[in-house]
Design a protein around this ligand. Structure first.
Ligand code: ATP
Length: 211
């Protein structure tokens, strides 16, 4: 069964760094990828654009292809969500379909601080997005989980619904939403750092323009 992979983030705004990573992961896994914009906890700085504005930009960015899509379930709930709850909800909807949580290698290294982290392996596989040539060290608890779960071939994730960890080597692009917000606030036009669809409607980027 074709896996369903999820890639979470603030996406304030989504940019080619996010999209190329999600696309390459989709190819390596033979999967559909959903981008899940997150609600931001009250103690973190609020995104510059509202949830509705970030979703509108995501829809514009994803035009013209069907492999990547947007899933707004975390925004539709009250307050921020735990990843384990989001994955449990997807599991209930998707039956035995393989689910893959996509995480950057640094986020994966911090997994043991997450709410009910060991339960994540019961509901999903994890695809660790690594940059070629960059090694990140993992603590002992994570090493132990990895010893039992690590596989080399991403396509083996098609065989079971959850529980494996695979490294996905993706192409690094030095693009961040922070930099794009700075450029837009300065009246610049980051034409090739955002997908073309986003420029089709100039209103989409207004939340980031100053004045
Ligand atoms: P900000 O600059 O506002 O912190 P960001 O560009 O890092 O934003 P997020 O929405 O926080 O974007 O990121 C969502 C996910 O995408 C995170 O897991 C993040 O590590 C990853 N990501 C962000 N930029 C890139 C990039 N250029 N290449 C690969 N992954 C990226």
């Amino acid at each position: 069964m074709q896996p369903l992979a999820i890639f979470g983030g603030t996406f304030d705004p989504v940019h080619i760094g996010h999209l190329s990573v999600a696309w390459e992961a989709a190819e390596l896994l033979g999967a559909e990828v959903r981008l899940l914009p997150a609600s931001v906890p009250p103690h973190r700085p609020a995104p510059q654009a509202s949830a509705a504005q970030r979703v509108a930009i995501l829809h514009a960015a994803l035009q013209g292809q069907t492999r990547l899509s947007v899933d707004t379930r975390e925004l539709d709930r009250d307050g921020p969500s735990y990843t384990i709850d989001t994955l449990a909800e997807l599991r209930a909807e998707q039956g035995e379909r393989p689910l893959v949580l996509l995480l950057g290698a640094d986020a994966f290294a911090g997994l043991p601080s997450w709410h009910r982290w060991r339960e994540l392996f019961g509901v999903a596989h994890i695809g660790v997005l690594s940059r070629p040539g960059v090694e990140i060290s993992f603590g002992e608890a994570l090493q132990q989980e990895l010893a039992a779960r690590r596989v080399d071939d991403p396509m083996t994730l098609h065989e079971t619904p959850a529980g494996r960890v695979v490294e996905l080597a993706v192409t690094p692009l030095e693009v961040s939403a922070t930099r794009i917000r700075e450029l837009l606030a300065d009246g610049r036009d980051p034409r090739y750092l955002l997908p073309a669809g986003v420029f089709a409607d100039p209103r989409l980027l207004l939340p980031y323009r100053s004045g």
